[in-house]
Design a protein. Structure first.
Length: 321
């Protein structure tokens, strides 16, 4: 059964059929089977529900960036950089070297972009894909590619300026894995805190799943915050708390009042991001909050910006149909 993602990607790929004879056959007979085998990944960029970009990467010791297309009107705001990062993250555990092929004219036009990732030279490629123009190939060791990516991250992060509905304007909330799982399963809609500030109402909370998981797993909007006596909160909202009465009593013991934080618009990442991975990526230790903390002005700004780049702006599909 073909999904909407498959159909959208197929339509964008087919647009290149005149310049690249056989590209639709390549997509259906090579790319899709390899996605099933988890040997390739397909990325679909969407702007206001309209597909605007596709990328394909094949992983291995000698990984390949197989395809990247961005609709002309969207070729701004460093979308090419972001897709190169997405593809590099996919091959990171496997690649010693990364290469790609492209028409000679495109290499000359975008040479500075490719150079910024460490692809310094291009030579004649063994296979000709595009009609009427020589095909070139460029390669770089993964270490060089990754070092250049890390240099780019600060400038890319600066594009994610805080705004009211951005995670960068909100908080990081530390939640035990058992409870964070229930949140994303829709079984827990209210989080309890002994201390909280209602100013975070209508802001986004990044959910950090605490030890032993130690990873950020998604977002939720803080729809409302109410404070009250523990017995009243339990009486009125117990069915949405995701805990037993004994667990609730243990946590709220001796508290005169507690805060019930109502969560909505819950959005789970395609893949969780471990704190260790983010710390290594940014070469900076990230400290998890004991309860919750503001994102602004902390090391979490960069970590959540990376999560935005990897998950927040694009739909990423490991299975197309």
């Amino acid at each position: 059964m073909q999904t909407d993602a498959y159909k959208a990607a197929n339509l964008l790929i087919k647009k290149h059929q005149d310049k690249y004879p056989g590209i639709e056959y390549w997509f259906n007979k090579k790319v899709l089977p390899d996605i099933k085998l988890q040997e390739r990944a397909m990325y679909l960029g969407v702007n206001n529900s309209v597909p605007i970009a596709t990328a394909v990467v094949k992983r291995g010791e000698y990984s390949k960036f197989c395809h990247l297309h961005i609709e002309e009107e969207m070729r701004h705001n460093n979308l090419g950089d972001i897709f190169f990062i997405l593809m590099s993250v996919y091959v990171k555990r496997y690649a010693r070297q990364v290469h790609f092929s492209l028409p000679e004219g495109l290499w000359e036009e975008k040479k500075s972009f490719f150079n910024s990732f460490g692809f310094d030279d291009a030579s004649k490629y063994k296979t000709q894909y595009r009609k009427g123009e020589d095909e070139l190939t460029a390669s770089v060791t993964f270490d060089i590619l990754w070092n250049n990516i890390k240099k780019k991250i600060p400038d890319l992060i600066n594009q994610f300026q805080p705004h009211p509905d951005s995670p960068l304007s909100g908080i990081v909330m530390s939640i035990h894995p058992n409870y964070s799982k229930q949140i994303f399963e829709g079984k827990k809609l209210i989080e309890i805190r002994r201390k909280f500030n209602s100013k975070w109402k209508n802001h986004i909370a990044t959910i950090y799943s605490s030890s032993p998981a130690k990873e950020i797993v998604g977002y939720a909007t803080i729809k409302d915050v109410i404070e009250g006596k523990p017995e009243n909160i339990w009486s009125e909202h117990s069915e949405n708390l995701g805990c037993s009465k004994s667990e609730f009593d243990d946590y709220t013991k001796d508290a005169e009042k507690i805060y019930a934080i109502f969560l909505s618009d819950i959005d789970k990442f395609h893949n969780s991001l471990s704190l260790n991975y983010l710390s290594n990526f940014l070469e900076n230790k990230i400290t998890p909050p004991q309860s919750y903390s503001s994102v602004k002005g902390t090391e979490w700004k960069n970590a959540i910006s990376i999560a935005e780049i990897l998950h927040g702006r694009f739909n990423v599909f490991s299975q197309m149909y």
